[in-house]
Each structure stands twice: as C-alpha cells, then as structure tokens.
Design a protein around this ligand. Sequence first.
Ligand code: SF4
Length: 347
Amino acid sequence: MIDLISLDTSQLENSLVELGEKKFAAKQIRLWLCKGVPFEEMTNLSKSLRTKLRENFNEGYAKISQKHTSMDGTVKYLLELTDGNLIECVVMQYHHGHTLCVSTQVGCRMGCSFCASGIEGLIRQLTAGEMLSELIAARESGEINNVVLMGSGEPLDNYDNVTEFIRAMQSEFGIGMRHISLSTCGLVPGILKLAEEKLPITLCLSLHSAIDEKRKKLMPIAKTYTINEIIEAAKVYFKNTGRRIIIEYTLIRGFNDGQEDIEALKRVLRGLACHINVIPLNAASKNMDSPQSISEIADSFQPPSKKESYTFTAALERSGLSATVRRALGSDIEGACGQLKRRVREK
Ligand code: SF4
C-alpha cells in the first residue's frame, strides 16, 4: 500500500480523482497528515472517503520504535518506516528552543571513516514525506524550532526529496528557511545546484581537515572533490544566499589538531564568510562493545580533552578565524549519527 504522506499535493489530487473523489480534499488530507492524525480521525472528510483511504493507503507515519533520553535532555528516536527500515532522529535542547536533527537516507553511500551510518552503504532514499514524518514523531518532545539535516545520509545525494522537504517544512509546518541547516560532506555539483535555488538555509560543510591528503583518509568523497573546489562552491553559495557557511571540524587528537592544520585552515578559508564549529570527537563511539569496528583508522582515533579542544579553538581565533567549540550532546545515549540503529541491528 502507498504511504499517503509520501505523495505531494498534486499526486494526492490525482489519487483522489482515481478514487472517484473531488480534488479539493487533497489540501484537507495534507493538513491532517501534517498533524500525524489517523484516517479515522480526519473528521472533516466524509465517512466514505475515510473508508476508501483506509482501504487503499497507509498514512505513512514512522513509528517510534525506541526513545532514549540523555541526562542533558537530548532525545534520540529510533523510528520504524512502513517497510520495516529503521532511521534515527534526535531532538536537542538549546536556550533558543528545540532543534531536530533529521536523517535524509536509510544508510549512506559516502563511507566516512568515523561514521556508523555509512557502514552498510545506501539502503534507499527517504521521501520528503518520510522526512516530514520524523518531524511529526519528534514533536512529542515539544515544538520544533530549528531543523538540521545532519542525521544519517548525505542530503545532497537525495537532492529532489530534500529540497521538497525543506519547502514543505516552511509551507506546512511554519519553520522558516533561516531555521534550517543542511550539512554536506562536500558534493560540489549539489552545492552549486542548491546555490542556484537561493534558499536562505545555512550550508554546513563537513571539512574535518583543510589538507587534502588527511581528508582523503577520513572521507572517500575527498578523492573526487578537492578542498579548493568545495570552498569555491561554498563562496558561490554565500554570494547567492548571503548565508555565512558553517565549517564542521571534528577534532581528533594527534590527527588534525596541530599547527599545520591551523595554517591550512587559515589558507583555505581565506575570503570565505564562515564560522568553524570545532566538534570534539565523540568519545562514545570509542566505547561501543561492538564486534564490528567502524574502520581501522577510526579505531586509532582518540578524542581530545576539553582543554585541547579549547586550546585549538583559541589558536584558530588568534589567527583571525571565527570558531567555537560545539557542546557535545547526547553522548550517553549514542547521540552520534547511526550508533543506536547499528547497536539495535547487531542485537
Ligand atoms: S558522515 Fe554523513 S556523509 Fe559521511 S557516511 Fe556519515 S551520514 Fe554519510
């Protein structure tokens, strides 16, 4: 059966016509779907239409399979899609409200060495409706004020569904574009395509090293696009949207925390309006009692101490770059991308 939430309004209209119904009900149904309501409770639809919907469609909502709440208030959900696939999303509490981190794919083909989501490769793309169903499920934690596309999956590898999702968040959930961030590992054609759309969302680049040879050890995509190519694309993005770029830099002791790394960042980021988020490597990923390691290189990684993270960030600031240490949230509940799903599957 088709998931109704995965149909856009015009597809929904066509489906209604096929059922011998009027098109206008599509808008009413869409409003109910965004509220996460079952067909039986869509009370302004006729009983016969509700019956037809039940006989021909699923609502398509993701089911909360597990919920883990961290000591810092972060909530991680393991969601089951209607085909049985599992995805994760995370709600984080900040002083400015709730931020939801959504997954955009089941699995991921990018294979970054430090990430549990890439281990099994890409299983399938998520539809825009399935991404919306993450938002619907997560609202049980409270109103969602900001959304970051930083969960499992590379958003620009699922371009059409992701941009449909972003537009639907604004039009159907009232989440403004300035409250949405998209993180990419550096798919240059995708960045340039997104720049053409001129959506005022924040673009985050998972850089992790400003030295190509080091980056290649972390992320296979670095063999396809050089750092200079990515930064040039980011400059076009800033020019078209006016949105400052966020550089994500996972700090790994003894790997990317030296003076040469600071010099490289200075050189590469010259002329780009950006801010660097220094993210201390998630210590939780080192403690997993799992028989399967993420990768040989990831096994050798050491998280930096708090002092080392602040010292590195202060050195970036002294060299004229804007940088802050990002607070680690949810490390006691496997808050990092793909960890919870991986553990459940292994069990
Ligand atoms: S870090 Fe992002 S792009 Fe890389 S494997 Fe994980 S989900 Fe994919």
